[in-house]
Design a protein around this ligand. Structure first.
Ligand SMILES: [Zn+2]
Length: 154
C-alpha cells in the first residue's frame, strides 16, 4: 500500500488518528489481554513439578520442558531493563504523535523477557540498562490496555 492511499478508519477513530495495531485474541492469549484490562499482569507458569518456570509470551506448551500444563499466575509487575532504544521514527503511523519514545526489553522478576514501552523522558535518557521498572497499564484503544513500564523507586 502506498502512503497516499486512504486507510479505512475503525469505528470511533477520528481521521488523522489511526488505530494502533490491536492484539489478535486467541484461546491461548485471551487471559493475558483480559487481565491487562483489569490492570493485572498475568504470566503462564509450567505446572510440571520439575520445571515450574514462567512462560511469556502465551503459548500452548512450556518452551523449557515441553509440558502441556500451563497455569496463569499474577506477576509482580517488577523487572529490570535489559536493553532499550529511543524510537524517533515509528514503524506505524498510529505512533507518530508519541515519538520520540523509549522501547525496551524488560526482564521481569519472574525471569521472562517482555518487549514494552518505558515511560520516561526520551531526551533525558542516557543508559537505562539495569534500571528497575514497574508495570503500568495504558490504553491501546477504548477496549484494550497494554502493559508499559516506568522507572521504579526500589
Ligand atoms: Zn516446563
Amino acid at each position: 500500500m502506498s502512503s497516499t492511499q486512504a486507510v479505512a478508519q475503525p469505528a470511533g477513530q477520528p481521521a488523522g488518528n489511526p488505530a494502533k495495531p490491536a492484539p489478535r485474541l486467541s484461546a491461548i492469549n485471551r487471559p493475558f489481554w483480559q487481565a491487562c484490562n483489569d490492570e493485572r499482569l498475568m504470566l503462564q507458569r509450567c505446572a510440571a513439578p520439575q520445571c515450574r518456570r514462567f512462560v511469556f509470551y502465551p503459548r500452548a506448551c512450556c518452551p523449557h520442558c515441553g509440558g502441556g500444563a500451563l497455569t496463569w499466575e499474577q506477576a509482580s509487575g517488577a523487572g529490570t531493563v535489559t536493553t532499550f532504544t529511543v524510537v524517533h521514527r515509528p514503524h506505524h503511523e498510529s505512533f507518530y504523535a508519541e515519538a520520540p519514545f523509549v522501547f525496551a526489553a524488560v526482564t521481569l522478576d519472574e525471569g521472562v523477557l517482555i518487549y514494552t514501552r518505558i515511560e520516561c523522558d526520551p531526551e533525558a535518557v542516557d543508559d537505562l540498562i539495569g534500571t528497575p521498572v514497574e508495570v503500568v497499564f495504558r490504553a491501546l484503544s477504548p477496549t484494550q490496555k497494554a502493559p508499559y513500564f516506568r522507572p521504579a523507586a526500589r
